[in-house]
Design a protein around this ligand. Structure first.
Ligand code: SF4
Ligand code: SF4
Length: 251
C-alpha cells in the first residue's frame, strides 16, 4: 500500500461522495520517524504535556502527517470584513470531518496489513484555559518536513498555509521525509513582508508576539455567528490572502 496515494485518492473522491460545499487541492504528505529527537524538543517548545509518539503508541515507528489545501475560492472569500466568511467556517467544519474520516480509513487499511495505528483528532484537543494542545498537528508537520513557520504562527508548506493538517501514528516503518532547511516566510527570509500582521486588525498578532487568548476570543465570536453549521472557532484573516497563502513565497 502506498500511503500517499491512498490519502490523495481519498481526498479527491471525498467531495463527490459526501456532497460537501468545500473542495480541496491535492494533499501534501510527509513522514517522521517516531524516534525523531525533535518530538522530545516539542515538550520544551510547547509544553511538558505534549505527547511523544511512543507515549500514544508504545511500538510507534512513524508519524504520518498531511496538509490538505483548500481550493483558492475559500481563502478568497475570507478577505473582507471582520467576521470570517461562511465558506471559511464551513470549510473548517467539513475538513475536520474529512480528516477524521480519512484517519479512520487509513487506520483500517493499516490494520489489513497487520499494522497498528493511533488516530489523533483534527482539533479541539487543547486545554481551554492555557490554549495549549497535547498534540500539535502543525509542529508535528514541521518535524515531518512539510514546511516551516510563518510570522502568523501557522505552517507554510509548498502549497501555502490555507488548508488543514492531520496526522496519525503507526508502528509501520516508513522512510522519513527530509526536512527542508530553509525559511518559507518572507519576513523571516529577508523582512520583505508583514502582511499577516497588517491583516490582524484585532491586535492579536504582532511581528514578535502572539496573543493566543485575544485570537481565541475572535475565533469564538465567529463560532457564535456560525453555530448552526457546527463548531467553527476560526478566523483566518492573517492567512487570507497573503503571499504565503497558496505557495512557498521563498523559492
Ligand atoms: S504573510 Fe508574509 S510575513 Fe506573514 S507569514 Fe506569510 S510570508 Fe511571512
Ligand atoms: S486568526 Fe484572526 S485574530 Fe488570530 S491572529 Fe489571525 S487574524 Fe488575528
Amino acid at each position: 500500500m502506498n500511503i500517499s496515494d491512498v490519502i490523495k485518492e481519498f481526498v479527491e473522491t471525498y467531495k463527490p461522495q459526501n456532497k460537501t460545499k468545500t473542495d480541496w487541492e491535492e494533499p501534501l504528505i510527509a513522514f517522521a520517524s517516531a524516534h525523531d529527537p525533535l518530538f522530545l524538543k516539542l515538550k520544551t517548545v510547547i509544553s511538558e504535556t505534549h505527547s511523544l509518539p511512543t507515549e500514544l503508541l508504545k511500538d510507534a515507528e512513524t508519524v504520518i502527517s498531511y496538509f490538505i489545501p483548500f481550493k483558492k475560492e475559500i481563502p478568497l472569500s475570507n478577505v473582507n470584513g471582520q467576521n470570517c466568511s461562511e465558506e471559511w467556517a464551513i470549510a473548517y467544519i467539513e475538513t475536520n470531518k474529512l480528516i477524521s474520516d480519512l484517519n479512520e480509513f487509513l487506520s483500517e487499511e493499516l490494520e489489513k496489513q497487520k499494522f497498528k495505528s493511533v488516530i489523533l483528532p483534527p482539533t479541539h484537543n487543547f486545554d481551554e484555559q492555557e490554549l495549549i494542545s497535547d498534540w500539535s498537528h502543525k509542529h508535528v508537520a514541521f518535524v515531518a518536513g512539510l514546511g516551516n513557520f510563518g510570522v502568523h504562527h501557522m505552517l507554510i508548506t509548498e502549497r501555502g498555509c490555507c488548508g488543514r493538517l492531520g496526522s496519525l501514528i503507526t508502528n509501520a516503518k516508513i522512510t522519513p521525509t527530509k526536512r527542508p532547511q530553509k525559511e518559507f516566510c518572507l519576513y523571516k527570509h529577508n523582512e520583505t513582508c508583514k502582511q499577516c500582521v497588517e491583516n490582524c486588525i484585532f491586535n492579536a498578532l504582532k511581528i514578535d508576539s502572539f496573543d493566543r487568548h485575544r485570537c481565541y476570543e475572535v475565533c469564538l465570536s465567529n463560532a457564535d455567528l456560525y453555530s448552526k453549521f457546527g463548531l467553527a472557532d476560526v478566523c483566518g484573516k492573517c492567512v487570507c490572502v497573503v503571499p504565503c497563502s497558496f505557495n512557498d513565497p521563498v523559492k
